[in-house]
Design a protein around this ligand. Structure first.
Ligand code: SF4
Length: 363
């Protein structure tokens, strides 16, 4: 079922109602930057992406291809080779079925995702990276959650749509990508029209991201580390290849979805949004990160440089990351991004930067 422009506008109006319309000016003001001209029109006749693929008869093929990968699992760069369809378990500890911890409208995500009615967030259990400082470790490390069928996952997507959410935000989706594709098709047949947001740690294989071409509208990857040694030290996957894998995958995501496009209310429709968590003692390589974005993506890439690092899970055991970041560390991160000419920095991060600068100037 393709959604034409009229269908999209009707859906947006029903979902957001007067609240959404009332929010538009405020959203743009708070974001710190007005949308560009081209953001007013992103070809809504092609929205959402997966509906077009279904029209062409391609979605079923992608689902089959994705489930075939699970039979000698190489859904992520770990390439465990286990047959998850026969009950074998790899590093991520995931069974064949998806496991979900919770699903709800989420108001803590980036403003273009949250809009007025929230981002329809589905938290998947388990993880293929497992950072030692994980803030969701009961879900990601301990696998808290319940196995569900793809039919149930489709119902969850439709439930979030019924609750007015602006997108389906798939948190830690890599190891359950086939389940997500199948559920999306089932939900599409029952009226799903929301864009999918692929909210990933970034530890992805570029070939598997290629399978998502024409399905995912919004990519939301982390780029956590720029050096293999740091990546290897701070996650249980000991992923020395994390920077290389994540960078290749993000370039492919950008090729597929482009820079972020929003509707006239500032709500995300399609495109790439990159997250980067500033860590103590420059462990995350923030200077290299902003240079890489400017040189390999686009200066207009939506970038969220985040200040909320906390000493969680096992982080207290590591001397370089066993404290919060300082105001100076966050300020230098934002200033590096500005020096590199990045033009679309997250609005809340910029506000925090201004607050911290003001506080330091008062001292
Ligand atoms: S998704 Fe899980 S089983 Fe598959 S390769 Fe990655 S870690 Fe291994």
């Amino acid at each position: 079922m393709a959604m034409n422009r009229r269908g999209f506008i009707k859906n947006t109006t029903l979902a957001g109602g007067a609240g959404l319309l009332g929010l538009s000016g405020l959203t743009l003001m708070l974001n710190g930057c007005a949308p560009k001209e081209e953001e007013q029109d992103v070809g809504l006749e092609n929205f959402p992406a997966y509906a077009r693929l279904e029209e062409k008869g391609e979605l079923t093929k992608r689902i089959e291809q994705a489930y075939a990968v699970m039979e000698a699992c190489s859904l992520c760069p770990r390439q465990c080779g286990v047959n998850r369809r026969k009950g074998e378990i790899g590093f991520c500890q995931s069974p064949e079925k998806a496991m979900v911890f919770s699903y709800n409208p989420h108001y803590g995500e980036e403003r273009p995702l949250v809009g007025s009615n929230g981002s329809g967030t589905i938290f998947f259990s388990n993880c293929n990276l497992r950072c030692v400082f994980c803030q969701n470790y009961p879900i990601a490390h301990e696998g808290k959650g319940h196995e569900i069928s793809d039919e149930k996952l489709a119902e969850i997507m439709l439930n979030l749509q019924d609750r007015g959410c602006h997108n389906i935000n798939l948190v830690t989706p890599t190891h359950v990508m086939p389940n997500i594709l199948n559920a999306t098709r089932l939900a599409l047949q029952k009226g799903l029209t929301l864009p999918l947001c692929y909210n990933t740690s970034g530890y992805e294989s570029v070939e598997k991201i290629s399978l998502l071409d024409g399905i995912i509208d919004i990519y939301l990857p982390d780029l956590k580390f720029m050096e293999g040694e740091e990546a290897e030290r701070y996650n249980e996957a000991e992923a020395f290849d994390y920077p290389e894998m994540a960078q290749e995958a993000i370039i492919e995501m950008h090729r597929q979805a482009g820079d972020l496009s929003t509707d006239k209310h500032g709500v995300a429709l399609r495109g790439l949004m990159v997250r980067h968590l500033v860590m103590p003692n420059r462990v995350a390589g923030t200077r290299e990160f902003v240079k890489w974005v400017a040189g390999n993506l686009s200066p207009d890439t939506y970038v969220n440089i985040m200040a909320q690092y906390r000493v969680e899970h096992k982080a207290f055991e590591y001397e370089h990351i066993n404290r919060a970041i300082t105001p100076e560390e966050f300020i230098e991160a934002i200033e590096w991004a500005k020096e590199e000419g990045l033009t679309n920095l997250d609005g809340r991060s910029l506000e925090q930067y201004e607050r911290l600068r003001h506080q330091l100037n008062q001292r």
